[in-house]
Design a protein around this ligand. Structure first.
Ligand code: SF4
Length: 248
């Protein structure tokens, strides 16, 4: 669709094609180096045991926050914010994502996207509009279903990873480690698959377990991966970061 047609779409048109589940007016941690607002899209078809965004998982038809409200808030934040991040839930679930991003981009904001890569074709549509993408890489391709609960989910995530690298957009691939769901060997296999793919920017973060979707995952029974183990992957990437790991 030509850009002019995107911009002519009314907020009501957009409301029919996206469902906003939440909004954070200001954050410093969701888009590296930028002050950003975060728009949380409602709905996700996967059921990762460690998911923290449980309120955002159910698909809903009604919009919690009208798109006109989102645009009005962003209008007031022009000059105060650098970027707007589309997060979730899974933002690529929304058929109106491309139009929504186009409208926000036209307001002068950089566009960030958090995704698990669940809908690679829609991701490919919006990649040219994005300035930075954070993609969750949950496990080696063959082990994905153990985390997401969904057959062939690894195929989709890895297809999305390929599309992001090929697009040339600035990106971060990141893996959340819950010790009961990803052990040292599985993490090593994942890292090898990522380097084979040509990934250069990678973050490994330890899971916060207090509010896991699967209540049985709130108590960790396996030993926490040691910082030294995680650190051994540092040399495999141009940019590598570890979050929430202690040295003990
Ligand atoms: S893909 Fe993300 S939002 Fe969806 S269930 Fe998994 S962790 Fe939660």
């Amino acid at each position: 669709m030509p850009i002019d047609n995107f911009l002519m779409r009314s907020p009501q048109d957009i409301d029919n094609t996206i469902v906003v589940g939440g909004l954070t007016p200001l954050t410093t941690i969701d888009y590296p180096g930028e002050l950003a607002a975060v728009i949380f899209m409602q709905g996700c078809p996967w059921s990762c045991g460690y998911c923290q965004n449980t309120d955002l998982l159910p698909r809903k038809n009604e919009n919690n926050i009208p798109w006109s409200y989102v645009l009005a808030l962003l209008e007031k934040r022009k000059g105060l914010l650098d970027a707007v991040v589309f997060s979730g839930g899974e933002p690529t679930l929304q058929s109106g994502l491309e139009s929504a991003i186009q409208q926000v981009k036209a307001m002068g904001f950089k566009i960030g996207l958090h995704t698990a890569g669940i809908y690679p074709d829609r991701l490919k549509q919006v990649l040219p509009l994005t300035d930075w993408v954070g993609l969750d890489m949950k496990s080696a391709k063959a082990d994905y279903e153990k985390i997401t609960g969904v057959k062939d989910s690894g195929e989709k995530a890895w297809k999305s990873a390929r599309a992001i690298i090929d697009s040339g957009v600035t990106y971060e691939f990141r893996t959340t480690v819950h010790p009961d769901m990803l052990d040292k060997q599985q993490l090593s296999t994942l890292v090898n698959e990522l380097t084979d793919l040509g990934a250069e920017n990678y973050v490994i973060q330890h899971c916060v377990t207090t509010s896991c979707l699967d209540e049985s995952k709130r108590v960790v029974t396996s030993p926490k991966l040691e910082l030294a183990v995680v650190n051994q992957f540092r040399d495999k990437f141009s940019s590598f970061e570890i979050r929430n790991f202690s040295s003990s």
